[in-house]
Design a protein around this ligand. Structure first.
Ligand code: FAD
Length: 404
């Protein structure tokens, strides 16, 4: 690889890097370098919830751009997208907020309605114990996918379009000359490039440093697959409960996938294969009270980010060519809210930053300069529950630090 020259080098073969590569490959010479394997970190372990309208409610154009892609991509290779509505439960006292949310989302072009507890029971008989809930906001533009298959299909179709996708090659440094990135150093040697896109998850921070400081820190999502021990209807909705900070979706094989319970990573680089005992205990105490069909559920499997997902101080990503960094450097990181579901919009955004093409949404909310801090020592905020996750809060739920 010594002396190799490419138009664009993309660093990181997670969902962001693979989507970006696919979006650029048809009319650019693109090399993707992945240190380990495609979808080998957070991307391969995600829950696959596609709930853009709700998750990116503050950025409806970004959300719509992302959501539109999955139906179109359905059936490509082994990739399938399952459409299913999501039930965002609303606790007692939150009805006015729920009605207002539904109205606002409809005005933004999403198919969303509010259902009070009685209508919810009528619509989903015998599913929820709604004691303590006023109802739910129902988002009809949502669904789920298998994140590993999705990311692999993005990589495969990028290669079909002419991209060079290489795994087992770690980028060790950015090559910078006269204030501009001119390529990368890697475990396979040097590659010169006109543009370098770093989409290396939480490691984007260390790779861009010292030329550029990014306020990004790792954390881990935690999820589990449960066997209900009884048949569940094939219309079982997806959804989430901000009170207990959990989300769920059905699987095609009759099991239920439950996630949430983020864990602060205190030892970046450490690897985890499954969830800790404490998370299982918390699921066992929280889930049966809400899901009637899961009263006798058994634990099948735990999933977590092997090393970590990335978050920022306001939980939204950084997709930018920051002025304070070297020229020709694009960063795409901090996909706390949902890197899988937002990947088509991430790729659109990076393509626009590289080519100068017009974009259907503003990138201002995702620029680096919206932040005052550059340190990674900011408090971790959970976007689902909109609360700060601290050791004290984790301690209050009975576990010191369930992620580490
Ligand atoms: C349990 C769980 C549930 C989740 N649920 C959802 C969900 O339902 N919906 C949703 O949208 N999102 C979900 N997520 C979040 C989503 O998975 C992430 O936001 C997304 O995968 C981040 O993608 P990424 O490409 O930025 O990072 P990653 O997938 O972490 O990819 C980064 C890649 O960069 C590589 N890399 C790092 N450094 C280098 C280097 N120096 N050289 C070369 N390569 C390098 C890494 O090896 C890695 O493969 C979930 C995550 C988990 C773990």
């Amino acid at each position: 690889m010594v002396g190799e020259r490419r138009e664009i080098v993309v660093v990181g073969g997670g969902v962001a890097g693979c989507a970006v590569t696919r979006w650029l490959a048809s009319d650019h010479d693109v090399l993707l370098l992945e240190a380990n394997q495609i979808a080998g970190d957070a991307s391969g372990k995600a829950s696959g919830m596609v709930t853009n309208g709700a998750s990116f409610r503050a950025h409806p154009e970004f959300a719509r751009t992302a959501a539109a892609f999955f139906e179109e991509f359905d059936g490509t290779g082994s990739f399938t997208f399952t459409e299913r509505e999501s039930v965002g439960l609303v606790a007692e006292g939150g009805g006015d907020w729920g009605r207002e949310e539904a109205k606002r989302m409809r005005a933004a072009g999403f198919d969303v309605e509010f259902a009070d507890a009685a209508s919810l029971e009528e619509r989903y008989p015998g599913i929820f114990d709604l004691n303590g809930y006023e109802g739910a906001v129902i988002y009809n533009d949502t669904g789920w996918l298998d994140p590993y298959t999705y990311t692999m299909t993005l990589a495969d179709t990028a290669a079909d379009r002419g991209a060079d996708v290489r795994t087992g090659v770690r980028v060790t440094d950015l090559l910078v000359d006269d204030g501009a990135v001119v390529g990368v150093e890697s475990t396979d040697g040097v590659v010169h490039a006109d543009t370098v896109v770093v989409a290396a998850g939480w490691r984007t921070r260390e790779l861009c440093s010292p030329q550029l400081q990014l306020p990004v820190r790792p954390f881990r999502w935690q999820a589990a697959t449960l066997n209900p021990g009884q048949p569940i209807p094939d219309w079982y909705p997806m959804g989430w409960d901000p009170v207990i900070n959990r989300y769920w979706r059905p699987e095609h094989n009759g099991s239920i996938h439950v996630g949430g319970g983020e864990a602060v990573v205190t030892n970046p680089g450490s690897r985890r294969k499954t969830v800790p005992e404490e998370f299982k205990v918390r699921l066992a105490t929280e889930i049966p009270g809400l899901h009637r069909r899961l009263e006798k559920a058994t634990f099948v499997r735990g999933d977590t980010c092997p090393t970590g997902d990335a978050t920022t101080p306001d939980t939204y990503p950084i997709i930018d060519t920051p002025d304070e960094g070297p020229e020709n450097l694009v960063v795409a990181t901090g996909f706390h809210i949902g890197g899988i579901m937002s990947s088509p919009a991430i790729a659109d955004a990076v393509r626009s930053l590289v080519t100068g093409e017009e974009l259907g949404f503003s990138l201002d909310p995702f620029s680096l300069d919206r932040f005052e801090v550059r340190s990674s020592e900011f408090p971790f905020v959970c976007h689902m529950a909109e609360t700060e996750i601290t050791d004290a809060r984790i301690g209050a739920t009975g576990s010191k630090n369930p992620g580490e």
